[in-house]
Design a protein around this ligand. Structure first.
Ligand code: C2E
Ligand code: MG
Ligand code: MG
Ligand code: MG
Length: 282
């Protein structure tokens, strides 16, 4: 046992591996604590109809409130994936998003779709589909209001089982988007077999606009051919917006419109009814 090995238990590890393993263990332990202590929260970034400027939905993006600081998902989702703790964290995201869809319905009498991110491990887990269905049922939300974002790479890992799972989600009514499209390796013939509703152009290709537009153009054409709705991620300026509008890209999100916001700010900015209109009409 580790105890019997005493102080020599790390003898076979190189120092930097010990360090890495230790960091991983510490992070895993604190992610467990974070779940128990409710240290995760969701921020929301609006998705806009690029023609009308109307907010048509939002993306939920996880944050970790740790000792007064907000930690970005880029720094803990990879560890959560490696250690498997992504499963309960992902379950929390599903649960929380369904709950918020219901609360917004009650508070503002509106149906605001929320897109959630599902990582590779989570997508492979057998409990994903039942978890999503049960949460939607528990909060009595219309399944169309929950959209599942999965990266191209996760889908192509095991294409046959991906098709089965996506069909289960689709037939239950949930929306399905391929996230970060263009960054992974995907086979176009398989893409056609996936029951997806949306492709999100990775922000790397949007940031190349308007100068270097080959990939964005190709994705837009592909989306049109496959009859998919296209969302452009990471729109940061007017030139990018205009380029996308001119080529019929329907939906976009990015700092040009809004950064991901804490829930209170998102509600105040996008969900609270226009009070002036109410006052003047009375
Ligand atoms: P993603 O799903 O592709 O999310 C888009 C990321 O781009 C977000 O970063 C968002 O804040 C950022 N972004 C949006 N517009 C702009 C822009 O105009 N300019 C720039 N520079 N960035 C923009 P964030 O929130 O740090 O999330 C990073 C990634 O972490 C996400 O990429 C997603 O893969 C993952 N993630 C976030 N939340 C969750 C979650 O709840 N579960 C899982 N499994 N992964 C998550
Ligand atoms: Mg996403
Ligand atoms: Mg993305
Ligand atoms: Mg990403």
């Amino acid at each position: 046992s580790a105890k019997a090995a005493g102080s020599n238990q790390w003898a076979f590890f190189k120092p930097q591996m010990t360090e890495r393993a230790a960091v991983r263990l510490r992070t895993e332990a604190s992610l467990h604590d974070a779940l128990e202590n409710n240290e995760f929260l969701l921020h929301f970034q609006p998705k806009l109809d690029l023609k009308s400027g109307e907010v048509v939905g939002c993306e939920a993006l996880i944050r970790w409130q740790k000792e007064g600081r907000l930690i970005s998902p880029a720094s803990f989702i990879p560890v959560a994936e490696e250690t498997g703790i992504i499963i309960p964290i992902g379950r929390w995201v599903i649960e929380q998003s369904c709950k918020i869809i219901q609360e917004w319905k009650v508070k503002y009498n509106l149906s605001m779709p929320i897109a959630i991110n599902v990582s590779s491990q989570q997508f492979q887990d057998a409990s994903l589909v039942p978890d999503i269905k049960q949460a939607a049922l528990r909060y009595q939300i219309a399944p169309e209001l929950l959209e599942i974002e999965i990266t191209e790479t996760s889908l192509m890992n095991d294409i046959e089982s991906a098709i089965i799972k996506l069909n289960q989600l689709k037939s239950a009514g949930f929306g399905i988007a391929v996230d970060d499209f263009g960054t992974g390796y995907s086979s176009l013939s398989y893409l056609r077999r996936l029951p997806i509703s949306t492709m999100k152009i990775d922000r790397g290709f949007v940031s190349d606009l308007p100068g270097d537009s080959a990939i964005a153009s190709t994705i837009l054409m592909l989306g049109k051919q496959l009859k998919l709705s296209i969302v452009a991620e990471g729109i940061e300026n007017e030139q990018q917006l205009e380029w996308l509008q001119k080529r019929g890209c329907e939906i976009g999100q990015g700092f040009y419109f809004s950064k991901p916001l804490a829930i209170d700010s998102f509600e105040a900015k996008y969900l609270v009814p226009n009070h002036i209109a109410i006052e003047t009409s009375s």
